[in-house]
Design a protein around this ligand. Structure first.
Ligand code: TXA
Ligand code: MG
Length: 352
């Protein structure tokens, strides 16, 4: 296959002819990568099993890991599920369009392929003009996982997409920067009470205002064996991993710096090249081969936005180890810590 056509698109008012062409590709079993407000997605017609199988192949995604189906209007939720209960209606009215995915029982029009044979379907209505106009132009629900190779950090720029899968898809719509940098919050409404399976930009705190009884799956914090507990198939795989070993240090602001430097020194003694992923405040104090700055300690939104890009940069620097300052697991910080711990595959150290 020839490499993807890479096209710049206006992120606020997408060019109509361009969107029309991308939609035609989707309707002919093609794959189009496009920006959403969270990360870049790899789109295919959700109702076309052949197109969906291509997604799994291109991403090298395990076939038991279901995809999120994207829609451009709330009415389409009722096509994908016959069980939209009042609490779901309330929540989607509040947070859609936006970075929230709801898991519901699936209707008979949803094929097996996108949901990996599950009785449920995950649905989201994104809030990005390019994503919305593309889905609406195609006029079919669009399955769209993050547009990275399975196991790699999610793409927050078109370049990340091209580097991972550019040779194997039809088109990349380059809409520049994304807004959040971590994937949507996934809430399962088939369990009672509803349960957060993946934390994201719509925070647990915000959701609890609408659903006081909401629970957070124990695997979300990354401190338990996810294989045993995995409810969402995506929870059990090691994700987001750079080639370097990743070590996360958690704890209070005062102690974290000392501990991070201690681990860097340990790895340096072993002859390894080591990076630190640091907040702005601590960066000048580190002695390491590379220091990457992720954002101000209290600006969790900024940290979320930079985080996947920095994981990818570690590969470019070619370091063998990276020690990362943990951040507060509140608000969008919970999503960042969740991805970070998955990337570290269990190498987490607490200072207190
Ligand atoms: O922000 C996002 O959600 C991005 C953009 C492109 O929209 N998409 C994304 O898709 O992150 P993906 O495929 O990388 O992640 C989908 C997650 C996986 O963890 C998967 O296991 C879970 O959603 N999921 C999908 N369908 C599910 C279902 N029926 N039940 C439980 N979990 C499900
Ligand atoms: Mg993904």
């Amino acid at each position: 296959m020839s490499p993807a056509e890479i096209v710049k698109v206006n992120p606020t008012t997408p060019e109509k002819p361009l969107i029309k062409r991308a939609a035609e590709i989707l309707l002919q079993e093609g794959l189009v990568a496009f920006p959403t407000e969270t990360v870049y997605g790899l789109g295919a017609n959700a109702l076309d099993e052949k197109a969906i199988l291509k997604i799994f192949e291109v991403k090298n995604r395990p076939s038991d890991n279901p995809l999120i189906i994207h829609i451009s209007k709330i009415a389409d939720l009722y096509l994908l599920s016959n069980n939209v209960v009042p609490i779901v209606e309330k929540v989607v009215k509040k947070f859609w369009p936006g970075p929230l995915t709801v898991v519901l029982p699936r209707s008979e029009i949803v094929p097996d392929a996108p949901v990996a044979g599950l009785p449920t379907v995950a649905v989201r209505m994104p809030n990005h003009p390019v994503a919305r106009s593309l889905i609406s132009a195609a006029d079919v629900p669009i399955a769209a996982p993050s547009a990275n190779l399975a196991g790699r950090p999610s793409p927050t720029s078109a370049t990340h997409v091209v580097n991972d899968i550019g040779e194997k898809i039809d088109m990349v719509l380059d809409g520049g920067e994304i807004i959040y940098g971590v994937e949507s919050t996934v809430v399962d409404f088939t369990s009672s009470p509803p349960m957060v399976l993946r934390p994201g930009p719509i925070t647990v705190e915000e959701l609890r205002k609408e659903i006081p009884e909401l629970e957070v799956h124990p695997a979300v914090k990354g401190d338990v064996k996810t294989e045993v507990l995995a409810k969402s198939p995506g929870m059990k795989y090691r994700h987001y991993a750079p080639k370097a070993e990743l070590i996360v240090v958690e704890g209070s602001k005062e102690h974290i710096r000392e501990k991070v430097q201690e681990i860097v020194n340990l790895r340096k003694k072993e002859g390894k090249s080591v990076a630190v992923i640091s907040t702005v405040e601590n960066a000048p104090n580190y002695r390491a081969d590379v220091v990457k700055i992720v954002g101000k300690r209290n600006d969790l939104r900024e940290i979320a936005k930079n985080f996947f890009r920095i994981l990818r940069e570690l590969d470019i620097e070619g370091v063998e180890s990276a020690v990362v300052e943990g951040i507060k697991p509140v608000g969008i910080g919970l999503a960042v810590m969740n991805r970070l711990k998955k990337a570290a595959g269990g190498k987490t150290i607490r200072t207190d």
